[in-house]
Design a protein around this ligand. Sequence first.
Ligand code: DX5
Ligand code: ZN
Length: 220
Amino acid sequence: MIAPSILSADFANLAAELKAIEGSDWVHVDVMDNHFVPNLTLGLPVVQSILQVTDIPVDCHLMIENPERWAPGYAEAGAYNVTFHAETTDNPVAVARDIRAAGAKAGLSVKPNTPIEPYLEVLKEFDTLLVMSVEPGFGGQSFIPHVLDKARVVRDLVDAGELRLVVEIDGGINMDTIEQAAEAGVDCFVAGSAVYGTADPAETVEKLRQKVVAVEASAE
Ligand code: DX5
Ligand code: ZN
């Protein structure tokens, strides 16, 4: 699955920017609070407006403190998947249950230097693991390859039937880096600048998808 991030889109023309990525599997929406990350983007009212103008499932990536307070609202609004950061709560299971009870898939995200081992047990309560491959906060940064070790660990657990999860990666994904992520067993690829920085975003999404398909075909 390819999930373009609208962080690199034109925020004054979001309806058109969503049309420009028709055919994408998810649209990735980065919510930042200027506390957990040193940047501020958008919140629930904008997500509600996005939901009104697109049929693409909305993947909310909450880079915010206090997800207990805020995450369920995004699920109630109709987001398909709501992901929050492991670093922001002592009780990720409670937040995941609240998100699911409000009708969305629940995702857990880890920053590049956050180990995954302490979270393997709680991942049973989640639908998505979002592995950050840049420091969260900004688009256009370079891919950090060592995070793929985390994707591999979780991929093996999924393949062994011990977890049921979408393994998603976010940060620095482009035509040059997507193959190594696909080889590590990633299912869903977020791409911001690589999609919206091109003249035909929908065509770029399709090209990224073909790279993944080729990796999967050669693995069979
Ligand atoms: C960064 C965001 C990403 C961002 C990725 O904190 O979580 O979703 O949009 O941008 P690129 O694909 O340009 O690295
Ligand atoms: Zn993101």
